[in-house]
Design a protein around this ligand. Sequence first.
Ligand code: ATP
Length: 320
Amino acid sequence: MNEQIKYYFIVNKWAGAHHSAQTWERLHQLLVQNAVNFERVVTKYPQHATQLAQEFADLHPQGWVIVAIGGDGTLLEVLNGVRRSKNTVPIGYVPAGSGNDFARAVGIASDPSTALQQLIQTTTPITLDIGAYQNQANQLTQYFTNNIGIGFDARVVYEANQGQKVRLSKWHLESMAYVSALLKTLMRQKGFPLTIDIDGERHEFANAFVVSLTNIKYFGGGVGIAPRANLHDGKLDVVITEKLSFFKFVKLFIKLLRGGKHLDMPDVFFKTGREIHVQAFENEHGQVNGEDLPLQAFDLKIWMTKQPFWFNHKAAASQE
Ligand SMILES: Nc1ncnc2c1ncn2[C@@H]1O[C@H](COP(=O)(O)OP(=O)(O)OP(=O)(O)O)[C@@H](O)[C@H]1O
């Protein structure tokens, strides 16, 4: 434990289909038992974590770690707040969401109490790749730890978020919401025209369907879309498929679930790159870190940058 470090916990009690509130009660007890020096704040509305993180980072340039407690969406909000600050503050993360893909990718324990122990035993920050993007519609620079998706995966997120997830969570069946969203999207999502420039090389797709620009191996709660993703190489992994027949899609999905053999299929486009410009010319669903982006004709510039995080180095090294 680094005695000099203090922790500012930003708790999203709405994450994990509201189970995060109980998780925080357990974590709070552990913090008190371990005499950890901390403050905490609870988010009051969506995007509040961004404001809280920015304000705190502005006032506390040194000696603090800002810790997101929630899912990948809460981590995303905290990251964007920290990046808006004039100070560089390391980010910690305790997974308490439904998907928790970032934790899975970097080796943070899925059990929140164990993840908290890992956090408070950390002594120095680790710097990892993150993605930055600018939507040409608003020119605002935003950041992500996990991935951006356009089309299929984004629509699954959108469909799953249409209320069923929270309703089903009462019986711990939130994964059913994703299965139902997946089937619905498979039937409804059409292919769309897409142009992508990867480090200056142009690729065109008449019928894009799955478009994943990813910094980590997983999306959608543990689906290994990019098994070769590396958080130290300064590159994003780009995985694209066009609309396939139902049987080809099932074949792809099986390969995907069986450890990433899908990248070798001729129907799958895979490249890595540092600077990406992606344009979809029709209104499509989008997602970033599992959060809906408004339906739009996407025109995004994406590049890589670095962010200090606060977690166990050994766990991260095993992801290289
Ligand atoms: N007080 C609040 N009231 C309502 N929504 C909130 C509040 N605070 C945060 N949120 C929203 O909760 C949403 C869910 O967060 P998050 O993604 O962290 O959890 P999750 O969806 O359960 O997990 P995962 O993304 O890992 O599957 C985010 O969109 C966030 O903006």
